[in-house]
Design a binder for this molecule. Structure first.
Ligand code: TRP
Length: 358
């Protein structure tokens, strides 16, 4: 899909336009936001190496697309992105993220009260870890965006993550949230908090979310994590893992990730649990990944044809060549609704390289 002088912005715009067509959504606003969040790397030719080792995707592409589907209703499209300045570095990247928030808040009239309540916790002078702030844009059927900001719990050093997250919950009026999470999903030594996220919108459904990477976990660990949410069937999480990674009892590669959402009124317990399975580490290649995801979609009464349309929107590469295109698959569970999200890599920089760090 690209030639020697294609830029990162051009390739990802084309992919996004194709995806908009697949989900039947107007592309003007998504394309504009993609261009804006890419910042300084938009016009960088793909022939040059990535300007910054973004951890959004394995190959350092600073954006990732995802498509969320439920049994009923139209699929919705999302973009996860790290915004990058011309002179990237931990301090400059955080500055660029804050500048982007300011521009978006003004244009879309975003409520920033919750972000203001916690932002100092996630903005140290000397940011640590792999990123400071990331963004996602979540589009409804008309192409109207909603915004989410992800903060890095390790930004003051991994040893301070528990204090930072506990304090952030407290400032948001969720005084007991951290305790519950600790009991269910931070009980193993290899459980680590990876993202603390806020929806930036006015609705009472606006979420506070915490993600935990459960390194080297077995299925029992994620079922236990799911049991923190009242009214959902934790065993669906095990079934999901067994279907996508048959025969895998323990996940020693990229970790299973658990997340919890808290919305207004959830003082004690989260109302939603999601499991994210990094499929690319548990399949020989993407043709196998495709077959398994098709089975999952069929089980959930979702037309599996959607998956091929999503894949074709991104790439025409041979799926059997390697894994990496289908990066994660997630199952979102609340008492009244279940949904699946497919995370697809742009592979702008060639796709999944060997894993280098934990
Ligand atoms: N690339 C990172 C990872 O795989 C971050 C990330 C991107 C991620 N999309 C994700 C993590 C979806 C969990 C779920 O960890």
């Amino acid at each position: 899909m690209s030639t020697a002088d294609t830029t990162l912005g051009e390739l990802t715009r084309k992919q996004l336009q194709n995806l908009c067509r697949v989900v039947g959504m107007d592309q003007a606003e998504p394309v504009r936001l993609l261009g804006e969040v890419m910042g300084a790397v938009h016009d960088r030719p793909l022939a040059q190496p990535p300007l910054w080792p973004s951890n959004i995707a394995d190959d350092a592409t600073p954006v990732e697309f995802s498509v969320q589907v439920t049994g009923s209703g139209r699929p919705s499209l999302r973009i996860l992105a790290e915004t990058l300045p011309a002179d990237p570095g931990p301090v400059a990247n955080l500055r660029a993220a804050k500048d982007l928030v300011a521009r978006l808040a003004e244009r879309y009239d975003l409520p920033l009260d919750r972000l203001r309540a916690v932002e100092d916790l996630f903005s140290p002078q000397d940011p640590q870890g792999r990123f400071s702030w990331w963004f996602s844009f979540i589009f409804d059927a008309t192409g109207r965006p909603a915004f989410k900001v992800y903060f890095n719990p390790d930004v003051r050093g991994a040893d301070r993550a528990p204090q930072v997250v506990e304090e952030a919950f407290r400032r948001l009026g969720l005084d007991h949230a951290y305790e519950g999470v600790r009991e269910h999903a931070l009980c193993r030594e290899a459980d680590r908090m990876t993202f603390f996220a806020l929806d930036l919108d006015h609705s009472p459904q606006s979420r506070v979310k915490l993600y935990i990477s459960q390194h080297d976990a077995g299925i029992d660990a994620v079922e236990r994590a799911a049991s923190a949410v009242p009214g959902i069937d934790r065993y669906q999480v095990g079934d999901f893992c067994r279907l996508l990674a048959p025969g895998t009892e323990r996940f020693p590669g990229r970790p299973l990730v658990s997340s919890y959402s808290f919305v207004e009124g959830d003082r004690e317990k989260p109302s939603n649990y999601s499991i994210y399975l990094p499929l690319r580490d548990y399949v020989p290649d993407d043709s196998v990944a495709r077959d398994r995801v098709r089975d999952h979609l069929r089980d959930r009464l979702i037309d599996p044809a959607l998956l091929d349309e999503v894949i074709d929107a991104i790439t025409d590469r041979d799926l059997a060549a390697r894994p990496g295109l289908l990066a994660h698959v997630s199952l979102r569970m609340s008492p009244d609704e279940t949904g699946t999200t497919l995370y697809v890599s742009s592979e702008a920089y060639g796709g999944n390289p060997p894993r280098t760090a934990v």
